[in-house]
Design a protein around this ligand. Structure first.
Ligand code: SAM
Length: 230
């Protein structure tokens, strides 16, 4: 697994301890093992996983306040939540996905690599109505889940006023952001774009800062959100 270690070091996950490198390698191993039985990722080459899953996920680290309570919505195989928790053990992490098999993977993976996170099997639309989860987080994360106008309705209800939704997006985010203006207004958010230009590509993380409490009617039911985005 020298290739993975070298990639982690080369692709700028700076200052990793030996223990964190071990955690990433164990994460890679269990991801590949489970991926042979179920669909978790189409990226399997160790260098590519180190870049496109691990290093990419970690980009948001500087946008997480110390000791933040964080929820990763539509986390799939654990991205970006698990790599962030490896490099930022101070955060408290909840992972949510609507696919039960993926949640089984998340529980096993966290146990195997020694990451303390709660994994919940639910649709975001339902989980956001749970009083234990609604407006209880400093940060909601999401990567590759939905266009921004839909994603805002799925993530902002989890965030406390003053907290933020961090949406991992492509470098050119202008059009998607314009299409989300109305959703930002209805959900009481102000958006800022954080561009990242890393050796292997460019991307942006859009941070929507929540300025007021979410109206009880949001999120609407699954289906209505996609049919008529805010
Ligand atoms: N975030 C991961 C990543 O970047 O690799 C996974 C991306 S995958 C394309 C989208 C994931 O979102 C899937 O695992 C899917 O089950 C989940 N998902 C989609 N809509 C959801 C919803 N409304 N609530 C919870 N999970 C959802």
């Amino acid at each position: 697994m020298e290739e993975m270690t070298a990639s982690l070091l080369a692709f700028e996950i700076e200052g990793l301890t030996d223990e964190q490198i071990r955690q990433f390698i164990n994460y890679y191993n269990i991801l590949i093992e489970w991926n042979s039985r179920m669909n978790l990722t189409r990226i399997t080459d160790p260098v590519e996983v180190a870049r496109k899953h691990f290093a990419d996920s970690v980009l948001g680290s500087e946008l997480l306040p110390a000791n933040a309570r964080v929820i990763d919505v539509g986390t799939g195989a654990g991205f970006p939540g698990i790599p962030l928790k490896i490099v930022r053990p101070d955060i408290e992490l909840v992972l949510v996905d609507s696919l039960g098999k993926r949640v089984n993977f998340l529980k096993e993976a966290c146990a195997a690599i020694g990451v303390d996170a709660e994994a919940i099997h639910a649709r975001a639309e339902d989980a956001a109505r749970d009083p234990g989860l609604r407006e209880r987080f400093d940060v909601a994360l999401s990567r590759a889940v939905a266009p921004m106008n839909i994603l805002l309705e799925l993530t902002v209800p989890f965030v406390r006023v003053g907290g933020s939704s961090l949406m991992y997006k492509a470098a050119s985010v202008g059009e998607e952001l314009s299409a989300a203006e109305s959703a930002l207004g209805k959900l009481g958010c102000r958006a800022e774009v954080h561009p990242f230009d890393v050796g292997w590509g460019a991307r942006s993380i859009v941070r929507a800062v929540k300025l007021k409490k979410t109206d009880a009617k949001y999120p609407r039911k699954a289906g209505s959100i996609e049919k008529a985005p805010l």
